[in-house]
Design a protein. Structure first.
Length: 202
């Protein structure tokens, strides 16, 4: 079983460093952590704001499905919010400022809002298939593979906050990155693991 070195620093991404520079992660989903800096009466808001649901016995947050851009907000009484479902930080920012305006319209006096990306989900489409069974055999201590339950191999590099979901089709999903640049750096740092299990044409 192979071991991976403990790498805490990743090289800055530049296309010249990558022999397949066209194969890079693309942003699919952004999770933003927000603070409206005001307490929110969730029960009252849920009664008045269309599209919001709130069941305090089941979950501490109210859920709001935003239409434009399409995303979901989790609102807490403390004024903390989670925004998920946007495909870019810019789109998420627009949704958050829209939510701020909406809250003001429905009686929640929001004078300022702060937010930051918490997590992004990125995808990579490789121009070849990969042998997920081989990567599990070679890096078993860093992988999880149960094809009867899930078709992908979960690869968790050491000393890394990101997780790879590897599929035999050549599709790769990267979760846990703080930004697209972070996901790209991690992908380039560990892509040799994926290239080593490339399925060659007969």
């Amino acid at each position: 079983m192979r071991a991976l070195a403990n790498h805490r620093a990743y090289p800055k991404y530049t296309p010249m460093q990558d022999d397949t520079s066209g194969v890079v992660p693309k942003l699919q989903n952004v999770v933003m952590i927000c603070d409206m800096h005001v307490t929110i009466d969730l029960l009252r808001l849920a009664w008045t704001l269309p599209g919001m649901s709130y069941n305090p016995k089941g979950f501490a947050a109210a859920i709001f499905y935003n239409k434009d851009p399409q995303c979901t907000f989790l609102l807490f009484a403390s004024g903390q919010m989670v925004c998920t479902g946007c495909s870019s930080v810019l789109q998420a920012s627009r949704a958050i400022y829209g939510m701020k305006a909406l809250l003001n319209t429905y009686g929640v006096p929001c004078t300022r809002v702060t937010f930051r990306p918490k997590n992004v989900v990125c995808s990579v489409t490789l121009p070849f298939q990969i042998d997920v069974e081989q990567i599990h055999a070679s890096y078993g201590q860093h992988t999880s593979y149960e094809p009867g339950l899930f078709p992908g191999c979960v690869f968790k590099p050491p000393a890394c906050t990101c997780t790879f979901l590897l599929f035999s089709s050549g599709n790769v999903v990267i979760t846990g990155a703080e930004s697209l640049d972070h996901a790209t750096q991690v992908f380039l740092r560990f892509k040799h693991v994926i290239w080593a299990v490339k399925v060659h044409d007969e």
